[in-house]
Design a protein around this ligand. Structure first.
Ligand SMILES: *[C@@H]1O[C@H](CO)[C@@H](O)[C@H](O)[C@H]1NC(C)=O
Ligand SMILES: *[C@@H]1O[C@H](CO)[C@@H](O)[C@H](O)[C@H]1NC(C)=O
Ligand SMILES: *[C@@H]1O[C@H](CO)[C@@H](O)[C@H](O)[C@H]1NC(C)=O
Ligand SMILES: *[C@@H]1O[C@H](CO)[C@@H](O)[C@H](O)[C@H]1NC(C)=O
Ligand SMILES: *[C@@H]1O[C@H](CO)[C@@H](O)[C@H](O)[C@H]1NC(C)=O
Ligand SMILES: *[C@@H]1O[C@H](CO)[C@@H](O)[C@H](O)[C@H]1NC(C)=O
Ligand SMILES: *[C@@H]1O[C@H](CO)[C@@H](O)[C@H](O)[C@H]1NC(C)=O
Ligand SMILES: *[C@@H]1O[C@H](CO)[C@@H](O)[C@H](O)[C@H]1NC(C)=O
Ligand SMILES: *[C@@H]1O[C@H](CO)[C@@H](O)[C@H](O)[C@H]1NC(C)=O
Length: 577
């Protein structure tokens, strides 16, 4: 069978992103009937009426599949592209099938079979608990089938299915594929494929998060990590502590209600995206000080360079009973509300500044030997609460690597400082996530957001930021921190996350900053850096497929950037260096 090797030659027409593990195609044309029927385990699905964006209250396999089919219909019939950008100009009529005559063969039915019954962990899985594998076939006679292990794999299969179709340029003639017979067998390389979105540095109304979940699902991601609080603002309503968002949000109303959080989680479940909330502590907590100044040391301390990595400084006091009471009250409120819809809770732990504790009157010391047992005790307390709520803790790498804390074996350690961290964390027997700032930080390279006085300006000109340069999609695509790991270490790598820290992002530019560069991470996480023959995937092949998905994302309402000029996709050999 001419499986993957073919992908590099086929050019545009087989433009599935992320690349399936195994793909064969022919070149027969098929049309998709507008009213094509869909069966799910022999049950005919009725077409839903109403918006595909509405947020359901029930969670069941049938509802999830039915909603996904409806979205697939909408994507295919309302947002398929006419692929003029992918062929030499004025050649489209040679590629498109004839739209006239009675020889058009239609796909009338898509038969979906789910091979195992979903269970409770399907909708809030620990990494590895849900099998996302699927097979998809389309015969030249128009018979289309999906065989999927879980309802989540049905969702993945439907995303692939939609990408097989193009809109014919003849008005009203419909959508076609010219790849039949198609046979796809697909599964993800990593079980944790995430985006980390910071919603504290700037305010992101809920619909922006929902739109991001849509885009993640098109790229076969399965996690959205929401870094929901930080030093700058506290946009999370906590009914037991209402003053937190009343005083800590940027503005009254610029905060997520319990219903918003639940909506975001359920919207995610319907798209196979598990939403993981992070409340970062004990650093990155200044915004608590707007309502609870007694809990925070070095609150908005003006000589910030020595007390935090960016203003405003402030950390939870480290040896203070009211801080423990606060954390207990906070977690007892938040965790039981998120745990029905998520298996994880992220407790942060990055960039703890030791100098802050010199000025913390409950500590009066910046000595590591004094601080370490206090931080250990603080983390043990939070993690006990997380586990009590039935959740699994995630932390940033410093707790293990800088502080050498004893963490439970259940704890997932998220690395970000260096790709060597992944080796260290897994070498110490912990489950790990990758995505370091030199490769997978989306906000890098746009320049500084600090202002400089006239003296400092000369020194800092031309204002490059700490993680400059910008991570071109190719850098993201070639990132492979697992290459040097042993098999035992590799078994502990759950996957990774690409990050959008929002110091200079808000709803006006978030789509462009994220997409399609996050898609490059999506393919690394789903398909793998190497193809099944062990070769590095090629930028040349990827650029065309990525551009195809980008066109679809635009039509579906996500402002994804171009990665090339149209000339390069029209004349595909011409833009190779
Ligand atoms: C698969 O599709 C490509 C066009 O994308 C075509 O060039 C190729 O011939 C097809 N394969 C077969 C076996 O028809
Ligand atoms: C669907 O119907 C076929 C034939 O009637 C049967 O063999 C199969 O078990 C059914 N599948 C499910 C999931 O009910
Ligand atoms: C799912 O969990 C709930 C309570 O946690 C339990 O009542 C139910 O039986 C479980 N269902 C399955 C299919 O395991
Ligand atoms: C749920 O089903 C998956 C297979 O899809 C299995 O691996 C997992 O152990 C099951 N979980 C429970 C709690 O039964
Ligand atoms: C997909 O097809 C392969 C090869 O025929 C088979 O081994 C696998 O079990 C199938 N997967 C599903 C989800 O049906
Ligand atoms: C820290 O120093 C202040 C001022 O000297 C004092 O009041 C406080 O008791 C000290 N705290 C500890 C834990 O020693
Ligand atoms: C870290 O802790 C472990 C045991 O918990 C100990 O064996 C090791 O020496 C410590 N490493 C450092 C660098 O402190
Ligand atoms: C500019 O700021 C620096 C501190 O970063 C300070 O030392 C210097 O005096 C300031 N210069 C002027 C002209 O304000
Ligand atoms: C494959 O890509 C990695 C970076 O992801 C690089 O280190 C390696 O040298 C490449 N291998 C080949 C054979 O080009």
């Amino acid at each position: 069978m001419r499986v993957v090797a073919l992908l590099s030659l086929v050019g545009h027409a087989a433009a599935i992103w992320p690349a399936p593990q195994s793909f064969t195609n022919g070149s027969a044309a098929l049309w998709l009937a507008e009213d094509f029927r869909v069966s799910y385990n022999n049950r005919t699905l009725t077409q839903r009426i109403g918006s595909t964006k509405s947020i359901p209250t029930e969670i069941s396999s049938l509802d999830i599949v039915e909603a996904a089919v409806q979205r697939a219909r909408e994507s295919i019939f309302q947002s398929s592209i006419v692929p003029w950008k992918f062929y030499p100009r004025n050649k489209l009529d040679q590629i498109e099938p004839s739209a006239t005559g009675n020889s058009k063969i239609y796909i009338q039915k898509l038969q979906i079979t789910q091979t195992t019954i979903d269970n409770n962990s399907t909708f809030k899985p620990i990494a590895g608990e849900v099998d996302e594998a699927y097979n998809l076939t389309i015969g030249t006679d128009g018979a289309a089938t999906i065989k999927a292990v879980s309802s989540i794999s049905v969702l993945r299969a439907l995303e692939t299915f939609t990408q097989l179709f193009y809109l014919h340029s003849g008005e009203g003639t419909g959508v076609y594929t010219n790849l039949a017979p198609v046979s796809i067998s697909d599964w993800p390389k990593f079980s944790h494929r995430g985006l980390n979105l910071d919603v504290s540095r700037n305010w992101f109304p809920k619909e922006n998060i929902l739109r991001t979940i849509d885009a993640l699902s098109w790229n076969k991601f399965n996690r959205l990590h929401i870094h929901i609080t930080d030093a700058q603002s506290w946009p999370l309503d906590v009914p037991a502590l209402p003053e937190l968002s009343q005083k800590g949000a940027y503005r009254s109303g610029y905060s997520y209600t319990p219903q918003d959080i639940k909506d975001i989680q359920i919207y995610g479940i319907y798209r196979g995206i598990e939403v993981i909330i992070e409340i970062d502590m004990p650093g990155h907590t200044t915004s608590i000080g707007f309502s609870h100044p007694d809990l925070i040391t070095t609150f908005r301390y003006q000589s910030w360079h020595d007390y935090c990595s960016e203003p405003p400084c402030g950390q939870l006091k480290l040896n203070y009973t009211p801080v423990y009471d606060f954390v207990t009250k906070l977690f007892d409120d938040v965790l039981p509300r998120v745990s029905p819809y998520s298996a994880y809770f992220h407790t942060g732990g990055d960039e703890i500044n030791t100098n802050d504790y010199l000025l913390d009157d409950t500590v009066n010391s910046s000595s590591v030997s004094v601080l370490t047992p206090l931080i250990q005790k603080f983390i043990d307390h939070s993690h006990d609460l997380v586990r009590k709520a039935g959740l699994v803790p995630i932390v940033w790498e410093e707790l293990l690597i800088t502080w050498n804390l004893t963490l439970g074996k259940d704890v997932v350690v998220q690395t970000w400082l260096d790709d060597a961290s992944l080796s260290e964390v897994t070498g110490r027997g912990h489950k790990a996530l990758f995505g370091d700032y030199e490769n997978w930080y989306l906000p890098c390279g746009y320049g500084q957001w600090f202002n400089f006085n006239n003296t400092d300006a000369a020194i800092h000109y031309p204002y490059t930021d700490y993680c400059s340069p910008l991570k071109n999609w190719r850098v993201i695509y070639e990132y492979d921190p697992t290459a040097s790991l042993s098999a035992d270490q590799l078994a502990l790598v759950l996957g990774g996350e690409i990050h959008l820290w929002a110091e200079r992002s808000d709803p006006s530019n978030m789509d462009q900053v994220m997409w399609p560069r996050a898609s490059a991470a999506g393919e690394v996480l789903w398909s793998g850096r190497q193809d099944p023959s062990g070769q590095n995937r090629s930028q040349i092949d990827a650029a065309v497929r990525l551009s195809d998905l980008r066109e679809r994302m635009l039509l579906r309402g996500v402002g994804s950037e171009p990665i090339q000029m149209a000339y390069c996709t029209q004349y595909q050999g011409d833009c190779t260096w």
